[in-house]
Design a protein around this ligand. Sequence first.
Ligand code: DX5
Ligand code: ZN
Length: 226
Amino acid sequence: MAWSDWIRGGAEVEPSLYAADFRRLGEQIDALLAVGCRVFHFDCGDGHFVPPVTIGPVVLRSIAPVIHEAGGVLDCHLMVDDPAHHFEEFASSGADSVTFHVEVAGDPAAVAERARSLGLSVGVVFNPETSPGRAAAAAAEASAELILCMAIDPGYSGQAFMPEAVDRVFELATLVDVPIQVDGGVGEVNIASLRRAGASLFVAGSAVFGAADPAAAYLRLAAAAA
Ligand code: DX5
Ligand code: ZN
């Protein structure tokens, strides 16, 4: 199934691999695949748009074959100043989609066109200080297939969920008709209220990988999102 079909298929919990134990990355991915997880979130930070340098195409290339072999997809969140500069390498490394920040996309339509020319699906993402209206306008210009509402300042896993994200998702849902994704501090305590507000895609880093059994945590989150 293609990325676009997964994101439109209903509620999905997407483990954020940035929060994985990298010594055991393959084992943790296998355990998630074994319980039915097929959509994985992959965070690339450039050390400039966000403070940390995170993970990038080298890691993507190692994991994409096993995820694709299982019918899964890699949803890539680019926390970088110049997203289009990285698209070619993401495409050739196995990315299925790229989601870029509206704060750095002067011409969202052109950035999206570049991604699509490489066979990548497109999402747009906006930070807590950016208005849902501005994000919705950028999503329309880009003909984005999803819009990601950050519930933290991007950069690190393990930060506290900003409760105002629920209202921002609700407002966004009145403005767009593409799937709404939420990223940052998502867990069992807020997933149902985010779903009611209009989100259907839930990125979860520490709520999955911070648990003693990530696969069991994924299943609990998926049940809470359903
Ligand atoms: C951080 C990333 C997130 C991160 C989420 O900016 O975009 O995807 O891994 O981690 P949690 O779920 O722990 O906030
Ligand atoms: Zn992310």
